[in-house]
Write a protein that binds this ligand. Structure first.
Ligand SMILES: [Zn+2]
Length: 246
């Protein structure tokens, strides 16, 4: 291990591949992220930094640490057959289901040019949202509506792809306000519409299950961009169509 001068843009510590390979997968992946100066918050996707086979290694690591959590909770997982495999199940659920949007690359989406020059308001939704809050890792369940006003230079994507991109962004520990912004940014870059509107309405289980145990826990967020910001009629049209769909 040799230290580099701090003025160098390269990672501060140089490890050779052999040394890296001896580290747990999570440390190896973190090393690459830090080296690339890449953010790895709970709602960031880090798929580009995970190599083949490492997701399986992560699963084993998370299982071992989840087992320690159960032990710290003083649960006898040896004789309690209900919790015997809980650590393993939770690790699999986190990595391949509920937080898979952190570890999987964006689903492949074919974009095609707007040949028929559609320029009418298009609404997609309700798209089912399954997410979790970053604060407590409690479920967030809800719906998203997407309004698109394309122009002749927009790239169109298939209707089902909106749901897949949405799912990819929501399948991470999230904060609702940030989740809608992330979805808007992704769609803006891909579709390049004149106007983009997103409304998300979700039920936050950390409000039911803990804390105040408030049953009024629905939260609604919206993002309006381009034509939806400038044109009050368009905004009204989107919101009225949306209320008819619920
Ligand atoms: Zn929470």
């Amino acid at each position: 291990m040799s230290a580099q001068s701090t003025s160098s843009p390269a990672p501060p510590m140089v490890r050779d591949e052999e040394e890296l390979a001896r580290l747990p997968a999570s440390e190896r992946i973190r090393y690459r992220l830090v080296g690339a100066d890449c953010r790895y918050h709970a709602n960031d996707n880090i798929a580009a930094f995970i190599r083949e086979g490492e997701l399986d290694e992560l699963k084993v690591e998370v299982e071992q640490r989840m087992q320690q959590v159960l032990e710290a909770l003083v649960i006898d997982t040896d004789s309690d057959h209900n919790t015997n495999e809980t650590a393993k199940r939770v690790a699999k659920m986190f990595l391949t289901e509920v937080f898979s949007g952190r570890y999987q690359p964006i689903p492949s989406v074919t974009e095609f040019p707007n040949f028929s020059r559609l320029n009418e308001l298009m609404i997609v939704g309700p798209v089912k949202v399954r997410s979790a809050c970053s604060h407590h890792l409690c479920p967030i369940l809800g719906k998203v509506w997407i309004g698109i006003l394309p122009n002749e230079r927009s790239n169109l994507i298939g209707l089902s792809k909106y749901a897949r991109i949405c799912d990819w962004i929501m399948s991470r520990p999230q904060i609702q306000e940030e989740a809608v912004m992330m979805l808007a940014n992704e769609l803006q870059t891909r579709v390049k519409p004149d106007g983009l509107a997103i409304v998300m309405e979700a039920d936050h289980f950390c409000m039911h299950w803990r804390g105040v145990k408030d049953d009024e826990s629905m939260m609604t967020n919206s993002v309006m961009r381009g034509a939806f910001l400038k044109d009050a009629n368009l905004r009204r049209e989107f919101l009225s169509l949306l209320s008819k769909k619920t």
